[in-house]
Design a protein around this ligand. Structure first.
Ligand code: C5P
Length: 299
């Protein structure tokens, strides 16, 4: 018997970042949108805990206990007094270390898959609590759709979305470490007054209306200057996408994946083509959102 769960990537349409807290984390107003790029997590009973991975970036995925999928299986097993005797296979399509919550997706996916395999009967709230312990973005990978995350980004309020938004994503030649980007944010902000993060009313209204022009005018990412400081070449990718007609261009989360909002699938194809031939990125994908979070796809 095995269970397969499909989990989407995310793009942050707003990422407002406050000052560093005493625990080192930053308070956020983080507006997540789940987009149709997926990892698939398959769990099968085994003698012990084992992680395997395939896909274009598989060689960059840790297969030890630091993998969020391993930590999810261990956390659920510990809570229900059993051993995490499971083989977790990750079919990886979300870029690794890309700012699209690929690791978080695997954590949420392994949790939902093990929960179904073991029949724990855990409530949604219990699963969300485990997700929040695994990482700030993991709860959103479970719920999907669109949501505002406050606190570390783990306290979620679902958001209404009045349409489908079309995106192009440009993957960079190397990854960026999220903690390093937050540290750079702190360094760049030293000596300045950093305001409390708040969600933008214009942005929430644009999502609710499903209006891509209004969303394009309202997106923001406070981590973008830090990501650009550590990875200056991203400016060229953003410029190439804008020149190709994207409604807006921004770094996705802590980067280095860059995200381009477009009006429709035709525009997505044109911007994708232009980005590919610009030579400013490693690969390009198109995806639309919102889409549902971690979902059992087969058993
Ligand atoms: O929660 P998660 O493990 O995904 O966070 C990874 C790192 O990103 C943290 O160790 C911290 O450096 C940074 N972070 C932060 N503030 C947040 C979320 C993440 O500083 N709200």
């Amino acid at each position: 018997m095995s269970v397969t769960v499909r989990v989407p990537a995310k793009v942050n349409v707003q990422l407002a970042v406050g000052a560093a807290r005493p625990d080192g984390f930053h308070d956020l107003a983080n507006v997540f949108l789940a987009v149709g790029l997926y990892d698939e997590i398959t769990v099968t009973p085994a003698d012990g805990l084992r992680i395997t991975c395939d896909g274009p970036d598989a060689d960059q995925v840790p297969l030890d206990r630091t993998n969020l999928a391993a930590r999810a299986a261990e956390a659920l097993a510990a809570r229900y007094g059993r051993s995490p005797d499971v083989h977790v296979h990750i079919a990886k399509d979300i870029p690794v270390a890309g700012g699209m919550a690929g690791g978080s997706a695997d954590g949420a996916g392994a949790l939902v898959a093990c929960d179904a395999l073991w029949g724990t009967g855990a409530s949604r709230d219990e699963l969300l609590e485990i997700c929040a312990e695994l990482g700030s973005d993991v709860p959103f990978s479970l719920v999907g759709g669109a949501a505002l995350g406050i606190g570390r980004g783990e306290r979620l309020t679902p958001l209404e979305v009045g349409g489908t938004f079309h995106w192009v994503f440009a993957m960079a030649g190397r990854g960026l470490s999220t903690p390093a980007v937050f540290r750079e944010f702190d360094r760049l902000g030293e000596g300045t007054d950093i305001p409390e993060p708040v969600a933008s009313g214009e942005l929430l209204a644009a999502l609710a209306k499903g209006d891509p022009d209004a969303l394009a005018a309202a997106v923001s990412n406070d981590l973008q200057p830090a990501a650009l400081s550590l990875f200056p070449e991203l400016a060229g990718t953003l410029a190439a996408g804008r020149a190709a007609g994207a409604l807006t261009a921004l770094v996705s989360g802590s980067g280095p994946t860059t995200a381009f909002l477009v009006r429709d699938p035709e525009a997505a194809a044109a911007v994708a083509q232009a980005l590919m031939s610009s030579g400013t990125c490693r690969t390009v994908r198109t995806a639309a959102g919102p889409v549902p979070g971690a979902t059992v796809a087969g058993r």
